[in-house]
Design a protein around this ligand. Sequence first.
Ligand code: ZN
Ligand code: ZN
Length: 341
Amino acid sequence: MSMDVTFLGTGAAYPSPTRGASAVVLRCEGECWLFDCGEGTQTQLMKSQLKAGRITKIFITHLHGDHFFGLPGLLCTISLQSGSMVSKQPIEIYGPVGLRDFIWRTMELSHTELVFRYVVHELVPTADQCPAEELKEFAHVNRAGSLPKEEQGRTILLDSEENSYLLFDDEQFVVKAFRLFHRIPSFGFSVVEKKRPGKLNAQKLKDLGVPPGPAYGKLKNGISVVLENGVTISPQDVLKKPIVGRKICILGDCSGVVGDGGVKLCFEADLLIHEATLDDAQMDKAKEHGHSTPQMAATFAKLCRAKRLVLTHFSQRIRRNVMKRWTRRIDDSMTIALLEY
Ligand SMILES: [Zn+2]
Ligand SMILES: [Zn+2]
């Protein structure tokens, strides 16, 4: 299964003509999952090879504007461009408490009628994810019902034993969130692909006399077949080793993790995407503002034994050549990492 990651925006605070605000797309078999949606994400999408209409899930790390102000515009454009091609499945949106009301309010005020269904699942942060003076209890707006296309989402609480939030667990993936420390509560997401059956061993199939055709498909799907001569062939006789799933972890703004959920979920990640807003010389300032530097990101990646670290969320003052130097110093990958078998 092909999987690739596209950085639509790597800039902190605001988009500039040369660097978009935070947005990363993880694409698996043509389906796009968007992580953060800073202002201008939709125009960045138009410049890329990706199609906004292929977005099925959206994950928002935290409610600072540079991570989600692009969301209402993007949803409206997807709706306008959908025409009659409306997916049967609703777009699933995950993010901190407050996001559901934000989307509802912007759609309501702008008299927007989305043509597709959507659902917002909210993560409930804990008080230790930000300085005490920044913590706000969200007073829910006085909603006059829900929008026609909005479905009832879940409110997801911390699993205190695992120190994480279970977003979903389906046939292909397990996606969880973990807590980060920032100026306001922020989250990281871990996407874990499940183990898949190995490929068919052509030589063994030939040796055992399995005729090409439907029997191949059955064996590949884990079903035994009986040959004309009465011999039963089990999948394990002809399948190569199962294919280990990949792990991709994407962190929101942070100066560190809260609890051990982050280290556990990012352990041996194939790809770890971490913010690095300021230079190492400004580490104190970075920490004071709830941000990281390349060294801080690398220390976390090392602790998790991540296989590849990619930095993002650079201060708009950081020039491109400095970003390149950072990237080279930490890892030889550039800002786009292709993960393909
Ligand atoms: Zn930010
Ligand atoms: Zn932030």
